[in-house]
Ligand binder design. Structure first.
Ligand code: IMP
Length: 423
């Protein structure tokens, strides 16, 4: 280990929270490097279910938990999560927030909602939490950062400058309500008082931890195909979930990263709009949604299930440099007699390819080419080691391993922390 990246290898919701929680037991620092309250990580530990949108999953194990510079922070959401955890007896003292992370302001949320409404049938299907507009302001260099919370005067000034423009947009372009300076400044000053003790130089903190030989887990949110540069644009999020961004989003050099653990479900899901070649038909889609509880953690939306797509997964291995893979939720497939796996795409020109298409039109029109594997038709959640898995389940895992030429180190066999088979 010292620095291991955990990255979603599909469209998010791969069950990263559980794998991070598992590896956090042996780590000293857990750092989220991108994304904001659009993420939804569920961890089941000691019979209790925890759902996080912003907090790094390591917080329930008492580890130093960092929100890195690449994150966008909605203080209201964050404080809500901190309060809830404290009420459940979990300390949030080890939380550290990068001063360089950007703040989600109320106008970001309002613009995200209004702009999706305006797009109508062309909408992206965002989580409407203000994430895209906050990253847009960061890139336009008019964002407000976590370190602005350290000085009430600066904070008020920046809110004043921002509102002069944002209110115009809200009222004139979107026909939405404007915001009042006193109201926003007052709210954010209250948030500031709560968050100030947690603001830190997290780049330095992680560097020192690595120098001291400590183990650092860099936790990605969303997934490879939602990456702003390498995902299925424009149906993507506004940050870079891929592993390269772990260095930038944390503030360490890329040569400090030793391992990249990809997390993929034994099938695929996607929330929101966008093309999806291996999308399941009914009745399979509804059954998988039910068995796998495939509803968004943040929005409660139905996720769209698909058969495992090795073309997309091979791409994830490439763009992240995945060194090993965790396959989650294998148990959800236990009920099916036959399991199609997409091994190639058939492109509009009739050619078949194992590689993810570089051109959007090829991807939009790609037809999946399946190999059908045998199901195992028995529960697997009691398996304690690889030998306890039915032969067909082992064959499924080994098939994926062979096709991708990457070791599968962990297999998820049920929701609780304990239901993981290490191979
Ligand atoms: P945004 O990140 O809210 O701007 O949403 C952009 C796209 O990313 C939409 O398709 C969302 O459904 C998707 N998305 C964002 N966060 C997650 C996540 O944590 N899991 C799955 N999809 C996500």
């Amino acid at each position: 280990m010292p620095a291991t990246v955990i990255v979603g290898a599909q469209w998010g919701d791969e069950g990263k929270g559980k794998i991070v929680d598992l590896l956090a037991q042996e780590s000293d620092v857990v750092c989220r490097y991108q994304g904001g309250p659009n993420a939804g990580h569920t961890v089941i530990a000691g019979g209790e279910t925890f759902k996080f949108r912003l907090l790094p999953s390591g917080i329930i194990s008492g580890k130093v938990s960092v929100l890195g510079a690449g994150c966008v922070v909605d203080p209201e959401v964050l404080i809500g999560e901190m309060d809830e955890l404290e009420a459940r007896g979990v300390s949030v003292e080890p939380l550290r927030i990068s001063g360089n992370a950007h703040l989600i302001m109320p106008w970001h949320v309002a613009i995200d909602q209004a702009s999706e409404r305006r797009l109508g049938p062309l909408q992206i299907g965002t989580t409407r939490r203000g994430v895209g507009p906050a990253y847009a302001d960061k890139a336009a260099r008019i964002g407000i950062r976590v370190q602005d919370l350290l000085d009430a005067k600066i904070l008020r000034q920046k809110i004043d400058v921002a509102l002069a423009e944002k209110n115009l947009w809200l009222e004139r372009i979107y026909g939405a309500e404007p915001f009042e300076l006193d109201d926003v400044a007052g709210r954010y000053e209250r948030y500031a008082q709560r968050l100030r003790p947690h603001v830190a130089d997290t780049s330095l903190l992680v560097d020192r931890a690595l120098r001291a030989g400590q183990r650092v887990l860099l936790e990605g949110a969303q997934g490879t195909l939602l990456d702003l540069d390498h995902g299925t644009y424009p149906f993507v999020t506004s940050s870079n979930p891929t592993a390269g961004a772990a260095a930038t989003g944390t503030g360490i050099g890329p040569n400090r990263i030793d391992e990249v653990l990809g997390v993929a479900k034994a099938y695929v899901t996607r929330v929101g709009a966008g093309p999806f070649p291996s999308e399941m038909e009914e009745p399979f889609a509804s059954r998988v949604r039910e068995l796998g509880a495939e509803y968004g953690t943040v929005t409660g939306r139905e996720r769209r299930p698909g058969w495992l797509d090795l073309v997309a997964l091979r791409y994830a291995v490439r763009v992240n440099g995945i060194t090993s893979l965790a396959v989650t939720k294998l148990d959800v497939l236990s009920e099916f007699d036959e399991l199609p796996i997409c091994v190639r795409y058939r492109l509009p020109d009739g050619n078949e390819t194992p590689d993810f298409p570089a051109h959007q039109s090829d991807f939009h029109h790609a037809e999946p080419v399946y190999e059908v594997l045998r199901g195992w038709a028995e529960p697997i959640d009691a398996a304690e080691g690889p030998a306890d898995l039915p032969e067909a389940a082992r064959a499924y895992v080994e098939f994926v391993e062979r096709e991708l030429e990457v070791e599968i180190s962990l297999v998820g066999t049920g929701a609780p922390r304990e239901s993981v088979v290490a191979r």
